[in-house]
Design a protein around this ligand. Structure first.
Ligand code: S3P
Length: 169
């Protein structure tokens, strides 16, 4: 991978991943999307019918399968939270970019979206708590952190591009 995007739900990992991959002219892989394509089930269905553990096992396997491919990988918000995944992300040679956003921005983006099984049951306070609990995991694997609240997708993608060029030289 050229780079891996991590961050809480609603921080723009998919949107930025697509844009960045276009700019770099490499394929974009979205881990959730890969899981949906491979199983034929939506994320909600996977959680409901088979449970979170089943989803997390698939997520782990597919993360490993993708680390050595060329492209940009957008992970799910829970990917770095799982121990094995955090270790794999830290050990890989791939630069990891953390997309940050305020909890207010995140809540606005995710609260009306029914596609995230974990969000459906959480109010603002609970979502903030979950983000806080996960935060150290995200930072533990990040080589670059971008505060996205006041930036456009184009600006965020340009920042990542600049960083990738810098570390290459
Ligand atoms: C999850 C985030 C989701 C998806 C699943 C679980 C999480 O991805 O993987 O609903 O645990 O934070 P997004 O971050 O793309 O919403």
């Amino acid at each position: 991978m050229k780079t891996i995007l991590v961050g809480f739900m609603g921080t723009g990992k998919t949107t930025i991943g697509e844009l960045l991959a276009q700019n770099l002219q490499v394929p974009h892989f979205d881990l959730d999307q890969v899981i949906v394509e491979q199983t034929g089930w939506t994320i909600n269905q996977l959680f409901e019918r088979f449970g979170e553990k089943f989803f997390r096992n698939l997520e782990h396997q597919l993360l490993l399968d993708h680390l050595n491919k060329d492209g940009v990988l957008s992970t799910g918000g829970g990917t770095p939270v799982m121990n094995d995944n955090l270790t794999s992300l830290k050990q890989s040679q791939v630069p990891v970019v953390l997309l940050e956003a305020s909890i207010e921005t995140i809540f606005k983006r995710v609260s009306n979206n029914q596609t995230r099984p974990l969000v459906n049951q959480l109010n603002f306070q609970q979502l903030a708590k979950l983000k806080q609990q996960r935060s150290s995991r995200y930072y533990a694997c990040a080589d670059l952190v971008i505060a996205t609240d006041d930036l456009s997708p184009t600006q965020i993608s340009a920042k990542i591009n600049h960083f990738l060029k810098q570390i290459k030289n």
